[in-house]
Each structure stands twice: as C-alpha cells, then as structure tokens.
Design a protein around this ligand. Structure first.
Ligand code: R5P
Length: 291
C-alpha cells in the first residue's frame, strides 16, 4: 500500500478558473477530441494552417512532382503543419516518426478516365483512427453529376467522424464546365458547413472571396489548384488569408515549384506571419539560391 498523502489546502480561492474559448471559427461547441485534432491541424497561435496536399494519385496516378514521394516530399514535409494524403502513401512511404497532423483522403473511386463526381467513401473511420488521423477529407461536387451522392458521402463521414471525434474536411470540387464565381463558392461552402463539415477547402477567386469566407460559419482553407508562377501563388495565398481564410491546402504550387522546399517556407511565412507577397517571393528566391 502506498503511503496516503495529506489532503491539499491551496485552492487559490482568489483566482477564478479560466474558461477558454476555442480559437477556431464556429468550432466552440465541438467535443474535446475533435478540438484537440483541429488544434493539431491549425496552429493555435496564428489560427492558421499550411496543409501540404499530396493526395493527387488517388484519381490521377503518379502526378508530376509526386513520382517518388520518398524523395520529393519527405524532405519538405516537416515544413508543413499538416500533410493531406491517402492511407496507401501514408502506410507505404511516410515514417511513423513523422509528427505533423495527417489529413486522410477518405473518398475516391473514379479515375481521370471516368466521371470524377461518382465517388464513394473510401476509408473506414476505424482505419482513420488506427492511422491516428487528425481529420478525414471528402470531395463534394456541388452542381456535379453525382452531387447528391458526394454530399451523402460527406454527411456519412460527419456522422461517423462525430462518433469518434474526427473532423471532416469538405473539399469543394469544381467541374471543368462550371464557372468559378463567388456565388458558386458561397453556395458550395455553405452547403458543406450546413451539413456538418468541420472545415472546408475551396478555391481563391480575386473578386468576392471575402464574401465566401464570411458566409461560411466554419474555417476555410484555400485550395492551390494548377501550377502558376511562384509570385502569383504567393500573392494568392497571402490574399486568401487576408480575406478570411484560415490557411491554405496547396499541392502542385508547392511540389511543382522550382524549389519546393523554398516555396513551402515562403507560403508558410505568408500564411502565419502575414509576409506580403513581394517579400515572400524574395524569401523564396533567397532560400532557393542558398541551395
Ligand atoms: C483534389 O481535388 C484533391 O484534393 C487534390 O488531389 C489536391 O488536394 C489538390 O491540390 P492542388 O490543387 O493544390 O494541387
């Protein structure tokens, strides 16, 4: 039997216990595990995240820049706050000692050869837990051929995610025939949030992006999209966070850059330190030339 200690007497009666509000928009009523996972994705000091998206292979195979994830991505992965990827790549390539948050691609089905909106849930929530995922990500095709099915994928993941404390990232997927307007993104993001997504990934648009972030009650992260010149991508990331995004989820504009390592550090400075685009680009060039 251990010796029994005396009862404590210091109750600091003059100090009230603090009730901390949660730092992320629209997330205060979530449960502890869900908040804890979100606090691994989003930096609590800045309220923002730099997610590195490398999940492209789930529908388009070995994408340029992702041919060898062990060689191309692992060296830059520590600069990300969060890595977004499939369970196949996570298990086969990423060492378990990697300690950044993992967002697991949880929908899939069709390849680039077929109708992309015809997705289904592709990961069981138990496997997401087993992999210690901080969130699961699902594509939502508002206006797409299989719109209802993709929304249903999301709502089922929200239900199972809520049961186990795993947040759901809804990714608004835009068909090539659709117009990328503020009106479309307000519609798509709001539907995702109303139906339970814990945060939403969507594209930046130069006109009206702040109305997209304002009308979405949960955090938005900006999608990167096709590769554009580095100064433009840094401007886009900077503008997105200035206009209300809680960070970025970028893939090709990082791993297809001339220097992916320099690019992810410059993006991170734009996102977390509000470094203006020109200075962020100078930082990019300095880091690139150091190499
Ligand atoms: C697609 O819609 C997926 O989520 C992508 O595979 C990826 O996340 C896109 O990233 P990016 O457009 O920045 O290359």
């Amino acid at each position: 039997m251990p010796e029994v200690d005396k009862e404590g007497k210091d109750f600091s009666l003059e100090k009230q216990a603090e009730t901390e509000g949660f730092f992320l928009k629209g997330s205060n009523s979530l449960d502890w595990g869900m908040k804890n996972r979100l606090a691994r994705i989003f930096n609590p000091e800045t309220g923002r995240t730099v997610m590195l998206a490398i999940d492209h292979g789930y529908f388009q195979g070995p994408t340029k820049g992702l041919e060898r994830i062990d060689l191309n991505i692992l060296p830059i992965a520590p600069y990300a706050d969060t890595l977004m990827l499939t369970r196949g790549i996570l298990r086969s390539v990423v060492p378990p000692s990697y300690n950044r948050a993992i967002v697991l691609r949880a929908s899939g089905g069709p390849s680039v050869l077929k109708e992309l909106s015809n997705e289904q849930i592709a990961v069981d929530i138990e496997d997401a837990l087993r992999l210690n995922a901080a969130a699961v990500a699902v594509q939502v095709f508002i206006g797409g051929e299989y719109e209802t099915q993709s929304v249903h994928n999301m709502t089922r993941l929200v239900d199972t995610g809520t049961r186990y404390g795993i947040p759901v990232l809804a990714v608004t997927a835009v068909g090539t025939e659709m117009k990328r307007s503020a009106r479309y993104f307000r519609l798509a993001c709001r539907i995702c949030a109303e139906l339970g997504a814990h945060y939403v990934k969507t594209y930046y648009i130069p006109k009206g992006f702040e109305s997209v972030t304002a009308s979405c009650p949960v955090p938005i992260v900006m999608a990167g999209g096709k590769k554009i010149p580095e100064p433009d991508a840094l401007t886009m990331a900077y503008n997105a966070v200035q206009e209300g995004a809680a960070g970025v989820d970028m893939g090709r504009n990082i791993f297809q850059a001339d220097s992916p390592a320099a690019m992810i550090q410059a993006v991170s400075a734009a996102v977390h330190k509000n470094l203006p685009p020109q200075q962020a680009h100078e930082m990019y060039l300095d880091l690139k030339n150091q190499k």
